[in-house]
Design a protein around this ligand. Structure first.
Ligand code: WTA
Length: 648
C-alpha cells in the first residue's frame, strides 16, 4: 500500500499522488524537533515584519517569548499585504446572513473598512494596550473590528454572542475593557437575539466601559444611551483615511479569550501578536493546505478560538477566500449548509462533530440533492469524532474523495497541534484519530508520574516544548497559569486531556481528564454550572456531571439538594434551568435536573464527582470506601429513577 492518498485507499478509490504530496509529515516533524528555533525562524520569516527579531525563543519556563525584539502588526499582515498586491480585488469574505441577505467583501474593501474603523476607534479614545470587548453576531463587521483594534495595538476580547449578560459583564470586568462593540441584535433560527439589550444589562455592572459602538443589523427600535452609545454607521462618518499599522512587539497581546476551567471563574488566555500569527499562518497551510483558488469555510463562530484562528487570522494571513455564515445549520432547514457549499463552490469545510451528527440525523437525501463535488478537504474540531459520524462525513459529504483532518487543539494552544497534514503529505487516516503532532509539537502521553506510557496505554497528553501559538499567560493571573498547566508535570504543558497512542503511534484523544465538559463542542466547567445553581435561593448544593449524548457529545446532568423550605417541583426545575441560562448562557442549559436528599461526599465533605458521574451515566460506580454516607448513592440513584418514571 502506498501512503500517498490514504483516504482514497480507504474508500477503495485510485490514488492520485499528484494531488496529495507523498508523506513528509514525519520527516518534517523530526527535523523541526531537532532544531525548534531554526525551524520557527523559517516559518515566521514568511510573515511581514516591521522589525526583524533578535532572538527566536526566550524560554523561561513556563513563560515563553517568541521572536524577541521583532515588531509586526496583525492587521498589516492580514489586510495590507493583500490589498497592496494583485489580490486587491480578490474576495476575502463571501458572507450570508441567516435571512438570506448576502455580501461580498474584497481585500481592497476590507482594507478600507479596517482603516476607517481603526480611525473611529482612535477618535473615540481607544489607545494601544487598551482592552476592547466584542459581543457581536457573525457579520463582516466582526472581523473588521478585530483587525481595526489590532491595527492600533488595542487588545481585543471577544465574548460569544450566546453568553448571558452576567457572563459578558464578568469578562468585561476581568479584562478592564473601556470599550464595547455590539449590535442591536442577531438572527438565530429565525428568531432575534437582542444583543444590545443583553449588553445594556451587563453594563449595569461593568463601569469600566466608556463607549459602546452598536452595529445596526436589524430593523428594530434600539435605545442608545446618550454620551456612551453610538451607532457604527454614525461613528465612521468622515473617517475614511489611512491609519498606519502600529509596529507592535512580537509579545504584545493580540487578544485575551476567556475559557472555562475547573473553577467557577473563567480564565483569560492571553495570546501574543508574533507567535500567534506565525502559528495560525503555519497551521492554516499545513492542515488546510490553503491555496489561492480555494473557497474555504470554517463554520465556527468568531466568539470561540476556532473562529479567531481559522475564520479570521489564519485565512486572512494567506489572502484566502472564506465563507462566513450568520445562522444555524438547520434554518430554515437542514439543507442550508449544503446549499451554501453548492452556491459558492466551497472546497474546504471545517466544522464540529456535533454539527455533523445533527445533520446526519436528517439523512442522506438532503446533501445528495446538492452538488458538493467542489469539496476537496474536510475537517473537524472541538471533540472526539465517532467513527460512524466520520464515515458519513467522508462518504456523503466528501463523496469519498476528500480526506478528513481531525484537528486537536485548545483555546490555550492558539492553533491546531495534532492533525494530519495534506500539505506536508497525508498519513493514512483512521476514523477517530487525530493522527500525529504537527511540526514543532513535541507531544507525548505520560502516566501520573510524568513518564511516557507504552503504546496502547491510556495516559495524559503533554507537550514538552513551547511552540509559537502557545498562550503567554492567564490575564492578571500568572500564578493560576503556572498552577493549572505546568504544575502537574515538571516543565511539560498539561492540556487536561486523556489520550492513547495505538500500535502505529497514532494519537487518539479520549476527552477531558478534569472537570471540564464539552457540550456541542463548547467548553464548560462543571463548577461554573454548579455555581450558577447554588446562586438560586432554593439550592443548598449542586453536583453537575456530563453524560454521553449521541448528538451533542456530552449533555449536562444536574443533582441538587434543596433548602428545607423548598419542595421539588417541575416549576422549580424550570426556574433552575433558567437560572443557569441567565448566569452562563443557553449553551449551558441542563438536560436533566434531579432533586435528591443528599449528595455522595467524602468524609472531608467534598462531593465525589466520579460517583455522581457514574450514577448519571448509569455505569459501574467503583470504589466508594472513602464515601461518608453510602446511602447517598442510593438516594441519587433513586432521584434519577423516580423522575425518569414520572416522565415516561
Ligand atoms: C477537546 C477548541 C478530541 C479537548 C479548539 C480539548 C478535542 C478541548 C478535539 C479544547 C479533537 C478539541 N478530538 N477532542 N479533535 N479538539 N478537543 O478550548 O478536550 O474550546 O482540551 O478549543 O476540546 O476546547 P477549546
Amino acid at each position: 500500500m502506498t501512503a500517498s492518498n490514504p483516504s482514497r485507499e480507504l474508500a477503495g478509490l485510485p490514488v492520485d499522488s499528484r494531488y496529495w504530496p507523498v508523506g513528509r509529515h514525519h520527516e518534517v516533524l523530526k527535523r523541526s524537533l531537532s532544531d525548534i528555533e531554526g525551524f520557527w525562524t523559517d516559518v515566521a520569516s514568511q510573515l511581514s515584519w516591521q522589525r526583524q527579531w533578535d532572538q527566536t525563543l526566550q524560554w523561561d519556563p513556563p513563560f515563553a517569548k517568541w521572536f524577541v525584539g521583532g515588531m509586526l502588526n496583525a492587521s498589516h499582515n492580514c489586510v495590507d499585504r493583500h490589498a497592496d498586491s494583485q489580490r486587491k480585488d480578490k474576495i476575502a469574505y463571501l458572507w450570508e446572513g441567516e435571512p438570506g441577505d448576502r455580501r461580498v467583501m474584497t481585500y481592497g474593501e476590507l482594507y478600507n473598512e479596517v482603516n476607517t474603523f481603526a480611525a473611529t476607534l482612535q477618535d473615540l479614545g481607544l489607545r494601544r494596550g487598551d482592552r476592547i470587548t466584542l459581543y457581536m453576531p457573525m457579520v463582516p463587521e466582526f472581523p473588521i473590528a478585530l483587525l481595526a483594534a489590532s491595527r492600533i495595538g488595542a487588545i481585543f476580547t471577544v465574548v460569544f454572542s450566546g453568553f448571558s449578560a452576567a457572563a459578558l459583564s464578568g469578562r468585561i470586568n476581568d479584562s478592564g475593557s473601556k470599550m464595547l462593540i455590539t449590535a442591536d441584535g442577531s438572527y438565530r433560527r429565525g428568531k432575534i437575539i437582542p444583543l444590545k439589550d443583553i449588553a445594556d444589562e451587563a453594563l449595569r455592572s461593568s463601569p469600566s466601559i466608556e463607549k459602546v459602538i452598536v452595529y445596526k443589523r436589524l430593523e428594530k427600535e434600539t435605545e442608545l444611551q446618550r454620551g456612551r452609545d453610538v451607532w457604527w454607521h454614525d461613528a465612521v462618518q468622515g473617517k475614511s483615511h489611512f491609519v498606519p499599522p502600529e509596529p507592535l512587539d512580537a509579545s504584545h497581546p493580540l487578544f485575551i479569550l476567556y475559557t472555562s476551567g475547573t473553577t467557577g471563574k473563567p480564565k483569560g488566555a492571553v495570546h501574543s501578536t508574533g507567535g500567534y500569527l506565525t502559528y495560525v499562518y503555519a497551521t492554516q497551510k499545513w492542515v488546510f493546505d490553503i491555496r489561492p483558488e480555494d473557497v474555504y469555510w470554517c463554520t465556527a463562530d468568531i466568539g470561540w478560538i476556532t473562529g479567531h484562528s481559522y475564520v479570521v487570522f489564519g485565512p486572512l494571513a494567506h489572502g484566502a477566500t472564506s465563507i462566513m455564515y450568520e445562522g444555524t445549520p438547520d434554518y430554515p432547514s437542514t439543507e442550508r449548509w449544503w446549499e451554501i457549499i453548492e452556491r459558492y463552490k466551497a472546497t474546504i469545510l471545517y466544522t464540529t462533530p456535533t454539527a455533523i451528527r445533527s445533520l446526519m440525523r436528517s439523512g442522506d437525501d438532503l446533501p445528495r440533492r446538492h452538488d458538493l463535488t467542489s469539496l476537496r478537504l474536510l475537517g473537524t474540531v472541538g471533540e472526539p469524532i465517532n467513527p460512524a459520524a466520520w464515515e458519513w462525513y467522508f462518504d456523503v459529504i466528501g463523496g469519498k474523495r476528500s480526506p478528513i483532518v481531525d484537528t486537536w487543539w485548545q483555546t490555550e494552544t492558539g492553533g491546531i497541534l495534532i492533525s494530519a497534514s495534506p500539505n506536508l503529505g497525508l498519513v493514512p487516516l483512521k476514523p477517530g484519530s487525530a493522527t500525529f503532532p504537527l511540526p514543532g509539537i513535541d507531544a507525548e502521553i505520560v502516566n501520573e508520574d510524568g513518564k511516557p506510557v507504552q503504546n496502547g496505554e491510556k495516559g495524559f497528553l503533554v507537550i514538552r516544548k513551547p511552540w509559537p501559538g502557545m498562550f503567554m499567560t492567564l490575564y492578571n493571573d500568572s500564578e493560576r497559569y503556572k498552577q493549572v498547566y505546568w504544575n502537574r508535570f515538571q516543565d511539560m504543558y498539561y492540556p487536561g486531556d486523556y489520550a492513547v497512542k495505538d500500535a502505529d503511534g497514532y494519537f487518539w484523544l479520549l476527552g477531558r481528564a478534569d472537570e471540564v465538559l464539552k457540550v456541542s463542542g463548547h467548553r464548560l466547567g462543571t463548577i461554573e454550572v454548579e455555581d450558577a445553581l447554588v446562586g438560586h435561593p432554593a439550592v443548598t448544593e449542586a453536583a453537575v456531571a456530563g453524560r454521553a449524548d449521541s448528538v451533542k457529545g456530552e449533555g449536562i446532568i444536574v443533582f441538587v439538594t434543596l433548602k428545607p423550605d423548598y419542595k421539588p417541583s417541575d416549576a422549580l426545575r424550570q426556574e433552575l434551568r433558567e437560572k443557569v441560562r441567565n448566569t452562563i448562557g443557553p449553551i449551558a442549559t441542563p438536560d436533566e435536573i434531579y432533586f435528591t436528599g443528599s449528595l455522595p461526599k467524602t468524609r472531608s465533605g467534598k462531593i465525589m464527582r466520579r460517583v455522581v458521574k457514574a450514577v448519571a451515566s448509569g455505569i459501574e460506580i467503583g470504589d466508594i470506601t472513602t464515601l461518608e454516607d453510602e446511602s447517598s448513592v442510593e438516594e441519587v440513584q433513586k432521584a434519577m429513577a423516580t423522575f425518569t418514571r414520572q416522565i415516561e
